[in-house]
Design a protein around this ligand. Structure first.
Ligand code: HEM
Length: 499
């Protein structure tokens, strides 16, 4: 059965495809390590184990936030491309254009932060970027925004190519989502889940990126023509529409690895179903309109937007999440699971997503948000599903690919040690943030009060373990990808014979 073939020929990485995939992945794992080191620096600073002056802290926080969100998008775009290209025609130039634009944008951002001193965070909330108070110039803010624009345009090129490929095969985006089977009809069992998820991402994230482009261009105009003042609330709505959508898209791109790979390691088919199509259809709409839950504390926000954000918050993440976790659990139940690095990471990603979504939904509830939103509860919940959910989804594909090049499955003694170091470190790190939130420790503060440092210290120890685990993964993956393909590569092997 095709779905259980461990390394199908349609996923072969030859020539330009291999170069492009390696570029994406090696860049992503390198950036993850570097951005984690910046994160560790901040956590050590909050614990007072390291002296980090406030101006440097906010530069590091800006770099870490923008860098991590961008890198998560880079890695999960590679996941989407890797699988979607089997079902629709994708052009390599579009995939590479996205990479080049990402790198150009990243250079602008790095220059704006570390040379020009920009420190107004990854959310560039108007009018903070234009009020550098002598710490950074308007040009630094403009360069930072230009960097975002370049990254967004690259992503749009990739999405438009994906949309064209999907429409060519399925006729329109609705049919690709499987809307024709929502109420009746026999679902085509070969309709790829990867196409459903990619279509959702293309629709929702294109709108989010366009919202971002509008506010970035308005911001750039405002920097050089301050007489054209912006409405701060409109700017904030557009920024959160873009920011929330962009980081959420990383989950929906990354989860394609679960849909495609889990069955190969469990040895059990993972069929498509009507609840699956319903959940993706509902989430396509909900994920676009859920962002006002970031603006619950903005008293000037129109009430109907806040109500929408509140109600949709309870429903937005649930359908896809429930259907995926239920599907994954039933898939591994009584299966002959092969416990190697890819399967461990896939299951970890389900846990990280499931557990991380709970504090997120709590924070999306207005009464709780009132108390928790400016506390470290927030970095607690999003680090949970990004560090232990999204990253493992992308890492699972990376380990799967290097398993093909090695003589042995990715399950060495070092792998078996690296995995728990990352997992245990990650848990300590995120639980320390959540506990700090519970104790009302303020978020985004360079200097912490003495009463707050206990959770900072515990969090720092967890962060050190995560960095060590990720450093090992990065080296292992880079070496594995650069290795020449083995002559007897197990192409076409089945779940029980290859690995
Ligand atoms: C070793 C791993 C990591 C460490 C030590 C770390 C550390 C930190 C720290 C200390 C903060 C500031 C917390 C505060 O508000 O007081 C932060 C914020 C943040 N982190 Fe991480 N982090 C790590 C991994 C990640 C990952 C994997 C992602 C995303 C994929 C991520 C994305 C972010 C974002 C978006 C922010 C918010 C920036 C802002 O508030 O403007 N981090 N991180």
């Amino acid at each position: 059965m095709a779905a259980l073939t461990m390394y199908p020929d349609s996923e072969r990485l030859d020539g330009g495809n291999r170069v492009a995939f390696n570029l994406y992945i090696i860049t992503a794992v390198t950036l993850f390590v570097l951005m984690m080191l910046l994160g560790l620096t901040m956590r050590l600073g909050q614990a007072t184990w390291l002296s980090v002056p406030p101006d440097l802290f906010y530069r590091i926080l800006s770099m870490h936030g923008a860098g991590m969100v961008g890198t998560a998008a880079l890695a999960t775009t590679a996941v989407m491309w890797f699988f979607l290209r089997k079902y629709v025609r994708l052009h390599l130039w579009a995939f590479l254009t996205n990479y080049v634009m990402f790198m150009l944008g990243a250079l602008c951002i790095i220059f704006a932060i570390f040379v020009d001193g920009y420190g107004a965070l990854w959310t560039f909330l108007y009018p903070l970027p234009v009020h550098g108070m002598g710490l950074w110039s308007p040009n630094a803010a403009a360069l930072f925004m230009l960097g975002y624009l370049l990254i967004g345009v690259g992503m749009l090129v990739f999405y438009l190519d994906a949309a064209a490929g999907i429409i060519r095969v399925h006729g329109n985006l609705g049919r690709a989502l499987g809307l024709q089977w929502l109420f009746r009809g026999t679902i085509d069992p070969d309709h790829p889940k990867a196409v459903v998820a990619s279509t959702m991402v293309v629709i929702a994230n294109t709108l989010g990126i366009l919202a971002g482009a509008v506010v970035l261009v308005m911001g750039l105009v405002n920097i050089y023509y301050p007489e054209m003042a912006l409405n701060a609330l409109v700017a904030k709505n557009l920024i959160y529409w873009f920011g929330h959508m962009y980081i959420n898209a990383t989950i929906y791109m990354g989860v394609i690895a679960v849909y495609e790979l889990l069955a190969r390691y469990s040895g059990k088919p993972y069929p498509i179903s009507r609840p699956f199509l319903w959940s993706w259809a509902v989430s396509t709409l909900f994920v676009i309109i859920v962002f006002p839950h970031h603006l619950m504390m903005d008293y000037a926000e129109p009430p109907w937007l806040v109500v929408m954000g509140q109600v949709v918050s309870w429903g937005a993440g649930f359908p896809v999440f429930l259907v995926t976790v239920y599907g994954a659990l039933t898939n591994i139940y009584r299966s002959n699971m092969r416990w190697t690095m890819p399967s461990r990471l896939l299951i970890l990603s389900m846990f990280g997503w499931a557990a991380g979504i709970v504090p997120a939904i709590l924070d999306g509830t207005v009464r709780i948000n009132l108390v928790m939103h400016n506390t470290q509860w927030v970095p607690g919940h999003f680090h949970f599903y990004l560090l232990l959910g999204v990253l493992p989804m992308a890492l699972a594909l990376m380990f799967h690919v290097i398993g093909q090049r090695a003589d042995a499955p990715p399950n060495t003694a070092a792998d078996r040690l690296g995995f728990p170091v990352y997992l245990i470190g990650g848990l300590i790190f995120v639980l320390a943030f959540l506990d700090a939130g519970h104790l009302s420790v303020a978020r985004r503060m360079a200097t912490h009060l003495p009463a707050w440092t206990a959770t900072d210290e515990v969090g720092s120890i967890g962060a050190i373990l995560v960095v060590l685990g990720m450093l090992y993964f990065a080296i292992r993956i880079t070496v594995g990808l650069l290795k020449a393909p083995a002559r007897g590569e197990p192409h076409g092997g089945t779940a029980n014979t290859a690995g």
